[in-house]
Design a protein around this ligand. Structure first.
Ligand code: P6P
Length: 308
C-alpha cells in the first residue's frame, strides 16, 4: 500500500523552500484549531460587524485570531490582511519574508444550516500587499470544513495538492497534481439576482440549463470551487449587479488566491470585462471584483458571451 505522505514530507519531496514549508505548517495548524472550534460549537453572533458591514459570528473573530496568532508565531510574516480587519497589520518579525492575505471563515453565515465553509490564504514574498497582483504570489491555500476537513495547497510551478486531516491531527496527502479539463458539464451560477438587470447573464444560465448541465451551487465559495477541482471541471460565476457593481467577492482574500490555485491546476479566472484576475492590481485590501473561474474554455466562452 502506498506510504501515507504528511504535508511536510510531501512538500520536501517537491523541493518547496523551507520557509514556505514552515509557513504552510503554521497555516495548517490554524486550520486544525479552527476546525476544533467549529466542532466545539463556538457559534452565534458576537454583536459586531466587520469592515464590510457584515455581522460577525464569534467564529469569524475567533478564526481570525487563531490565524493571526499562528502567522505571527511563524516569525516569517511581515504583514497580514484579513477580511475581518479594516486595514493591514504589521508584525515586528526580524526574519519576515512574507505577506499573507486571508479570509478566516468564508461563508460563515452557512454554519447554522450545517453547510460546508472554508478559510482562504494568499502568500506573497516581501512586505507590501498594496500594488501587488495575484501573478506575484508564491503560494495559496484553502481549507474546507465539511464532512472531511481538507487543506488544498498550490505552490508556484509545483501544482495543486489536497491533504486530509486525519483522526490524530495530521494532514495526509489524498490527491496530488489536480488538472482541470477545458470544458465542463457542471456550473455554479452565483449572484443570480444580477439576471434581473443583466439579460445576457440570464441567457447564459438558461443556456446551461437547456444543455442539461448539472448545477452545483451552495453559496460557499470554498466548497463550490473545491467541487470544481475535485470533479476536474466546472465554472463558477459571480458577476456584478446594482447592489454590487464590482461583484461581492474580494480580490486579495478570495479571488486572487483562487485565481492562483486554478491557474496552477490548468484553469482560468477572469473578471466580467475579460481581464485576468491574476493581473488585477490590489489597490485596497477590501477591493471587490467580479469573477468567472474554472475550466478554461468555459470561462472564456462565458465572458465573451457577456461582453458581446
Ligand atoms: P450570494 C459567502 O458569503 C460569500 O462571500 C462566498 O463564499 C460566496 O461565493 C458568496 O458570498 C455567495 O454570495 O450572493 O450567493 O449569497
Amino acid at each position: 500500500m502506498e506510504q501515507k505522505k504528511s504535508l511536510n514530507f510531501f512538500l520536501r519531496q517537491k523541493n518547496v523552500a523551507p520557509e514556505i514549508r514552515s509557513l504552510l505548517s503554521n497555516i495548517a495548524r490554524s486550520v486544525k484549531y479552527i476546525n476544533f472550534s467549529l466542532r466545539a460549537g463556538h457559534t452565534g453572533t458576537c454583536g459586531t460587524e466587520n469592515f464590510s458591514g457584515e455581522s460577525q459570528l464569534k467564529l469569524d473573530v475567533l478564526a481570525d485570531k487563531i490565524i493571526a496568532t499562528e502567522l505571527e508565531r511563524s516569525d516569517l510574516v511581515s504583514i497580514i490582511a484579513s477580511e475581518e480587519r479594516e486595514s493591514v497589520e504589521k508584525f515586528s518579525s526580524s526574519r519576515a519574508k512574507f505577506v499573507v492575505a486571508y479570509d478566516p471563515l468564508d461563508g460563515s453565515s452557512l454554519v447554522d444550516s450545517d453547510l460546508a465553509i472554508g478559510s482562504i490564504f494568499g502568500i506573497w514574498a516581501g512586505d507590501e500587499l498594496i500594488g501587488r497582483t495575484g501573478n506575484e504570489m508564491e503560494a495559496a491555500a484553502y481549507a474546507v470544513y465539511g464532512p472531511r476537513v481538507v487543506l488544498v495547497i498550490a505552490i508556484r510551478d509545483r501544482g495543486v495538492h489536497e491533504f486530509e486531516l486525519n483522526d490524530v491531527g495530521e494532514f495526509i496527502l489524498t490527491q496530488s497534481d489536480f488538472q482541470l479539463e477545458k470544458t465542463s458539464k457542471y456550473f455554479a451560477p452565483g449572484n443570480l439576482r444580477a439576471t434581473a438587470i443583466n439579460k445576457k447573464y440570464k441567457t447564459l444560465v438558461d443556456n446551461w440549463i437547456a444543455e442539461k448541465r448539472t448545477l452545483r451551487y451552495s453559496g460557499g465559495m470554498v466548497p463550490d470551487l473545491h467541487h470544481i477541482l475535485k470533479k476536474n471541471q466546472g465554472i463558477f460565476t459571480y458577476p456584478g449587479c446594482e447592489k454590487h457593481p464590482n461583484g461581492k467577492l474580494r480580490l486579495a482574500f478570495e479571488c486572487a488566491p483562487f485565481g492562483f490555485i486554478f491557474a496552477e491546476a490548468g484553469g482560468l479566472a477572469l473578471d466580467q470585462t475579460g481581464k485576468k484576475i491574476l493581473d488585477l492590481k490590489i489597490e485596497k485590501p477590501h477591493q471587490r471584483t467580479t469573477i468567472f473561474i474554472g475550466s478554461t474554455d468555459e470561462v472564456k466562452s462565458a465572458v465573451n458571451f457577456l461582453k458581446k
